[in-house]
Ligand binder design. Structure first.
Ligand code: GAP
Length: 436
């Protein structure tokens, strides 16, 4: 099945049924475009983040990590341009009262009912809140709409406390908030989401070279974690599409059912942000190059990805259906590093105390470095189907013969091939198979 054909409604249904993603505060009717990650979703997200952090921080020596606060001094957003420029132009339909983004409209009339639209008004996408206990004295602040600014305002701190020299980067993951107008497509455009962003500081003049480097690094990261090449592409922004801070931008797009859609953007932000923060804060935010004896404001290359969008793309890309002996089988062919559960240990007979005891011992021996579960709540056929649907790469089954020959069956999710493995060799066998 081509992944452009995997409908997000089928993904959403599986996500709810199996515990990946739920509508936020569902018992009260939910909250528009806000999502909660269930027991399996949180594992998938943690695994995406682990792989990003590994490739951005642990595998390199020119990147430092950061975890800046969500709430920031509101001057930040004046300097960054978000107060003035982070807005959509909107029109309301005078008849059906629906609201539309001007850049999404094809004609002059309401696309839903043909009614007359109001003249466009601008709408800032930042969520406002108030800091302070007394309402009258409270200061109006914002929930951050991108994690990037936490890095720019800490540029001087990181420069002074680390031993980094240009070129170097600062990586950060965390929540961002946008009061999006056009939502839908499941988690693709949410109002609360997580970003994984790198600000890579370079000498002006070396920005083009590093820009090309990061576009290709980031494209290859998705491929290395199993996304099929035919589902991934790079697209350059037209001049009119560029964000207010960007000189150039390439999107990495994934082929969802609604068409090619951005999962990450790589932007050349020049010295825009550091210069604006220097102007408003009165700090110099320069880099002093000891070799040339010169001070200057570095340029920035920014690969900025969405963790929720990456998780959704990995999910859709891994989604497979096939017919096996006249029955439909759905399975998620996740890369082992992303699979929420790595091994499920299943007893063939849950009424046999010896089998159950052995299975529980195997679970305890295998767990520690990754998630291993025991399940005896259904027949073996149903247990396999459940693990297939949540993308567990290996199932270990303990049967009556295991009690005498000390061997277990290891079933591969994708091929359904079964190997009979000596229990003494199981841990090594599984860890070699998983590559971890
Ligand atoms: N600092 C640059 C920046 O924030 P962006 O293109 O607005 O750039 C970067 O966002 C990434 O964040 C996107 O490629 C997308 O993956 C994710 N993202 C942005 N808005 C989102 C939303 N409403 N819901 C989910 N993810 C979103």
């Amino acid at each position: 099945m081509g992944n452009g054909q995997v409908e997000l409604k089928d993904v959403a249904s599986l996500c709810k049924r199996r515990g990946f993603i739920f509508q936020d505060s569902e018992i009260y009717g939910g909250l528009g475009s806000v999502w909660d990650y269930g027991p399996l979703g949180v594992e998938l997200k943690i695994n995406v983040k682990k792989q990003w952090w590994k490739s951005m921080v642990y595998d390199r020596s020119d990147v430092e990590g950061l975890d800046a606060a969500i709430l920031m001094n509101p001057e930040t957003w004046k300097a960054s341009g978000h107060v003035g420029s982070f807005q959509d132009m909107l029109s309301d339909c005078m008849n059906c009262k629906k609201r539309f983004r001007i850049d999404h409209l094809k004609g002059k009339d309401c696309p839903e009912c043909g009614g007359v639209l109001t003249s466009p008004k601008s709408f800032n996408l930042m969520f406002k809140t108030r800091l302070g206990s007394v309402e009258d004295d409270a200061q109006e602040i914002y929930l951050r709409p991108e994690t990037a600014q936490g890095i720019f305002v800490n540029f001087e701190n990181i420069l002074n406390s680390s031993r980094q020299k240009l070129p170097f980067g600062v990586a950060q993951m965390g929540k961002s908030f946008r009061n999006e107008i056009t939502t839908g497509n499941f988690t693709f455009r949410s109002r609360e989401f997580e970003q994984m962003e790198l600000e890579f500081f370079v000498k002006p003049g070396e920005d083009e070279k590093w820009y090309d480097y990061w576009v290709s690094e980031r494209f290859n990261w998705y491929l290395s974690l199993g996304i099929k090449k035919e589902n991934l592409r790079i697209r350059e922004h037209d001049k009119e599409e560029l964000a207010h801070y960007a000189k150039k931008c390439h999107d990495i797009e994934f082929l969802f059912a609604m068409g090619w859609s951005e999962i990450e953007g790589i932007a050349s932000r020049t010295d825009y942000d550091l210069k604006k923060h220097a102007e408003l804060s009165g700090r110099s935010l320069q880099y002093f190059d000891t070799a040339s004896g010169e001070g200057f404001v570095p340029y920035v290359i920014e690969p900025s990805g969405g963790i929720d969008r990456a998780a959704l793309a990995f999910f859709v890309d891994a989604y497979r259906t096939e017919t096996v002996r006249d029955r439909k089988r759905t399975y998620l062919s996740f890369d082992n590093r992303l699979a929420p559960i790595k091994v499920a240990v299943l007893p063939l007979l849950r009424t046999n105390a010896e089998i159950v005891e052995k299975a529980l011992k195997i679970r305890d021996d295998l767990r520690g470095d990754y998630r291993v579960v025991y399940d005896d709540t259904a027949s073996i056929g149903r247990l396999y189907r459940r693990q297939d649907e949540i993308g567990t790469p290996y199932c270990v089954t303990v049967d009556v013969d295991s009690l005498s020959d000390n061997k277990v069956t290891v079933r591969d999710r994708d091929t359904m091939k079964q190997d009979r493995i000596d229990m003494a060799q199981l841990k090594t066998f599984i860890s070699e198979k998983l590559g971890m």
